[in-house]
Design a protein around this ligand. Structure first.
Ligand code: ADP
Ligand code: MG
Length: 722
């Protein structure tokens, strides 16, 4: 039997209205409409702040009619009806052309809810041809049904609306849908509802849309929020069970094998965390079910080394490993550092091979052959590795470096490449707070490396606030010159390539959108600027950005790594994983254009060897702006976990889960990963208990349906985007 929530919207609202809702909000089913929750609730007694209306935006306001005036137009035939409404703080004029009949409804003293686009006409705010709904006269209401008092008490739901569909039109359609709704089942089982003290799903839907008093919608939201957390966790845990139900080839460690030889030759000892995480991975690889593990750890904490050891274990068991890097530069660098770390003897045996989109045809062919024949035990590449022509002989392990650049879908595509599913290891330096890990990567096991290898010299960070001290730019170049004088190297990072190309062209868009307007420091302009800085005269300076060819980029990176460049002006292409121990200084221009984790990553490029690091965040953002707060926060701490938390707090809710990471962000409506951390944790435990008892949810059909509805929704989103 089809759930009432899965009924087509057209069956309930009629085809035309349903189509309008589909177009405006992407809604298809009754469930979609009913999960379009009010953004807030207005009181009929309470009026909205009219003095803060944003020009050019569509607004919904509750106000009282003050005056109604009709006049004829000077230049054309016809009349204009002008109605002023007020909330006691501000006044807005409603204008209607040739609609004098509206004066019959619109009477001074009446209150109502008005919606339209805010404009300005001769200095006054106005809404031209707004939609409106007047509240019935309180006395009339008293005579014909519910008491006037009850009516005045009821909160008015204000929905996220568009210019074509106003809030109360949504309310009307929701009411239709609610009236036609049969009894619906609650995906949250009775005993859990009792444990959490929340109301039934059916009641919650009614009260979130048609509350009678304030407490109603609060209780409704509590129930719906729990349901969201519970269904999400059940879905993720189930995915986990499914992933573990398929067979994978076990790749146990081989005594006396390549890994042991590698370990014996390591010039340092593993940190405690590297050891623990290494054991987790070794155990996972030895099992006949696919590993799905996320390793998170600070930049430079030795994740790549941990991954390399995993590849060696797989090679010992006869399998190949693929390392997926987010950029060509990084892939090339990984290959070089892997070859170096392995040493000539092991490299000859494992034949680490590069495969990226920009390889010349002959080289590409050779690489493909080595991969398909199984000669190459270690393959490093960008997403070119996901291409159809790339066949592996026996793919045993996929390592994804820097998950935050990589979508779930891509991870899946590579997973599908093995004959039997390969083991998957995901590395990230973006520290992920526990709740986000649970929400986004709930299907992964998480290991954390928090210890840094000994002997790191540390990093000092400073904000250079040009808004307060415009003259400090010179000091920045002075500092750079001093570092170079000491034999060190300097990175200068800009948000844009040139005036026309934001660094987005690198596929490396800043991860935030509340950036100030105005010109942005670019690689091109900065190259010109530093050429004129006297302190830097005679220094070797080069540029690096995503519009250069892979060969050019690679050559520059090699020159920089080899100490043949003193100062490198670049975009965020150098953000992740680039490892040049002699680089001491990171200068980020217009630092406020970057997100918290990007800044943290950039800073991680220096202070990697025994050389103390210096990081200068140059910004013109005003003190107190969010953009500035972000920069200050990063300068204020080196603790990535603390920064991740700050980042979440500074970001707007919707941005918390990047679309590529969440693979279904639309499913989070009321749930907030930070504020609801505890609830998410409890829901996860509850979902785990339930699945333990009933792994296929045979006794919980409503939960089954809710999970598949959730998946449907994410795949619909995914299709819409691609
Ligand atoms: P990550 O990938 O986490 O950024 P890497 O694995 O690239 O870190 O390691 C950073 C640097 O530290 C590399 O040069 C690596 O050889 C070195 N390194 C890794 N583990 C250790 C260790 N236990 N002791 C000393 N140096 C280490
Ligand atoms: Mg790394």
């Amino acid at each position: 039997m089809i759930s009432p929530l899965d009924r087509k919207l057209g069956d309930v609202l009629g085809g035309r209205t349903a189509a309008a809702f589909g177009k405006a909000f992407g809604m298809v089913t009754v469930g979609d409409l009913l999960s379009h929750y009010p953004r807030r609730y207005a009181k009929r007694g309470e009026l909205t702040a009219l003095d803060e209306l944003p020009i050019d935006e569509t607004v919904t306001i509750v106000a009282e009619i003050r005056t109604v005036k009709e006049r004829s137009m000077a230049s054309r035939r016809g009349s204009i009806l002008e109605v002023t409404i007020s909330d006691g703080r501000g006044i807005v004029t409603l204008t209607f052309f040739n609609q004098s009949w509206r004066a019959k409804d619109l009477k001074p003293g009446m209150r109502g809810i008005f919606a339209g686009k805010v404009g300005r006409y001769k200095g006054a705010l106005q809404l031209a041809h707004p939609d409106y709904e007047l509240f019935p006269d309180e006395e009339q209401v008293g005579m014909s049904g519910p008491s006037a008092h009850a009516w005045a008490e009821a909160p008015v739901p204000i929905y996220p609306a568009t210019s074509t569909i106003a809030s109360w039109q949504i309310a009307k359609c929701v009411a239709l849908a609610l009236d036609g709704l049969d009894r619906i089942e609650d995906p949250v089982p009775d005993h859990l509802r009792e444990r959490f003290g929340v109301i039934h799903f059916g009641a919650a839907l009614e009260l979130v849309h048609r509350p009678k008093r304030d407490g109603d919608w609060k209780a409704a939201r509590d129930a719906l929020r729990l349901q969201e957390a519970f269904v999400l966790q059940a879905a993720l845990l189930e995915q986990r069970i499914v992933a573990r139900a398929v067979a994978a080839t076990a790749r146990p460690a081989a005594p006396g094998g390549l890994l042991e030889r590698f370990d014996a030759a390591l010039p340092f000892t593993l940190t405690g965390d590297q050891q623990v995480v290494g054991e987790d991975i070794a155990r996972d690889l030895a099992a006949p079910v696919p590993m799905n593990r996320l390793v998170q750890g600070e930049v430079g904490s030795g994740k790549t080394l941990v991954a390399l050891r995993a590849m060696l274990q797989v090679a010992d068991a006869g399998g190949q490993s693929a390392l997926l890097a987010p950029t060509e530069v990084l892939a090339a660098q990984h290959l070089r550092s892997i070859a170096r770390t392995l040493g000539p003897d092991l490299s000859a045996r494992l034949m680490p091979t590069l495969l990226t989109g920009q390889l010349p045809a002959a080289e590409r062919k050779r690489a493909l052959l080595r991969i398909v024949s199984g000669q190459a035990s270690i393959v490093v590449g960008t997403h070119a590795l996901l291409g159809d022509q790339v066949g592996f002989f026996d793919l045993g392990l996929v390592v994804v470096d820097e998950q935050h650049r990589f979508g779930v879908e891509q991870r899946e595509a590579l997973r599908a490449k093995g004959g039997t599913p390969p083991h998957v290891l995901v590395l990230t330096a973006t520290p992920i707070p526990r709740t986000v890990a649970m929400t986004v990567f709930g299907d992964l096991d998480v290991s954390t490396i928090s210890e840094l290898p000994a002997g790191r010299a540390g990093i000092e960070s400073f904000v250079v606030p040009l808004a307060d001290h415009p003259g400090w730019t010179n000091r920045v170049w002075q500092r750079a010159a001093e570092e170079i004088e000491k034999g060190r190297q300097v990175f200068v990072v800009c948000p844009a390539i040139d005036a026309k190309h934001p660094a987005e062209d690198d596929g490396e868009a800043p991860e935030t959108d509340d950036v100030p307007a105005g010109p942005t420091a670019s690689v091109e302009a900065t190259m010109q600027l530093v050429a004129g800085v006297e302190a830097l005269a005679g220094r070797r300076i080069a540029a690096l950005h995503g519009r250069m060819s892979a060969d050019e980029k690679d050559a520059v990176m090699q020159d920089f790594a080899g100490g043949r460049i003193d100062l490198l002006v670049s975009t965020t292409v150098i953000e992740v994983g680039v490892d040049v121990p002699n680089a001491s200084t990171m200068i980020v221009l217009d630092a406020d254009r970057f997100g918290v984790s990007q800044l943290h990553q950039l800073r991680g490029r220096v202070g990697r060897g025994g050389v103390p690091g210096l990081c200068l965040f140059v910004t013109s953002a005003e003190q107190g702006s969010t953009a500035r707060e972000r920069v200050d926060a990063v300068a204020g701490t080196l603790d990535g976990f603390e920064l991740a938390q700050i980042d979440l707090e500074l970001r707007r809710e919707g941005d918390v889960l990047g679309a590529t990471q969440s693979g279904g962000r639309s499913s989070l409506r009321l749930l907030r990963v930070v504020a609801d951390a505890d609830l998410i944790g409890e829901a996860r435990i509850a979902a785990g208990e339930l699945l333990e008892e009933d792994p296929i949810l045979a006794g919980h059909p409503a939960l089954r349906e809710a999970i598949s509805r959730r998946l449907d929704e994410s795949s619909r989103e995914f299709l819409a985007k691609n």
